[in-house]
Design a binder for this molecule. Structure first.
Ligand code: ADP
Ligand code: MG
Length: 195
């Protein structure tokens, strides 16, 4: 059944690895009934991170807008802090910080499959800013960072995990991280009962 086979990319970011949360993160994904079909530790190159994240205007703007909203919530002036309130410019700045962060240590990369895998993993992950993420999500349970704190240190938000945002993102990210023969096909024991 095609819907059981939707695939998404998950990266335990360098802060997640250094904090010993790899097992916890994988366990939450597995318990939900999602299937691990590729897994490896990797110290990424800047080029790989560049390839992992989109660079189109819409994506950069969305990052800038989320950032602006976060500043507004805490009554801070984004222009005074970052020198601009243009979402695109903020998006570009964040993308640079992100490359530094994601290459600051090894990560654990994986491909996960299952029913609505992209959306389901995003739910487990929680919202981008840990300070806004719901309890019960990985980001909500294990971190409390956000843009207002991260940007002051000219760094990316440390939010433990990356998960593809859309099926399209997942497809292009899979090409960055895995060769086709590194992605496996097998049946989980409880599949017939769960689905
Ligand atoms: P998500 O990881 O939830 O899909 P985005 O794709 O919007 O979030 O952003 C990619 C990553 O960039 C985030 O996970 C976070 O690490 C970092 N990031 C996003 N916005 C900011 C910001 N304003 N300041 C610093 N880092 C940010
Ligand atoms: Mg994203």
């Amino acid at each position: 059944m095609a819907e059981k086979q939707e695939r998404t990319v998950v990266l335990v970011k360098p802060d997640g690895v250094k904090r010993g949360l790899v097992g916890e993160i994988i366990s939450r994904i597995e318990k939900r009934g999602l299937k691990l079909i590729a897994l490896q530790m990797v110290w990424a190159t800047k080029d790989q991170i560049d390839g992992n994240y989109p660079k189109d205007e819409a994506w950069l703007k969305k990052i800038g807008e989320k950032t602006g909203k976060n500043y507004q919530t805490y009554g801070l002036d984004v222009k005074a802090e970052l020198g601009t309130d243009d979402p695109m410019e903020i998006g570009k700045m964040v993308r640079q910080w992100l490359i530094d962060y994601m290459t600051s240590g090894p990560m654990v990369k994986m491909v996960v499959s299952g029913i609505h895998a992209v959306d389901m993993v995003r739910k487990i992950t929680g919202s981008t800013m840990p300070s806004e993420a719901e309890m019960g999500t990985i980001r909500g349970d294990f971190s409390v960072d956000d843009a207002t704190a991260a940007n002051r240190g000219k760094r990316a938000i440390h939010n433990l995990v990356h998960a593809s945002g859309t099926i399209k993102e997942a497809e292009s990210e899979m090409l960055v991280w895995f060769a086709p023969e590194e992605i496996h096909d097998y049946k989980r024991a409880e599949e017939d009962i769960m689905f």
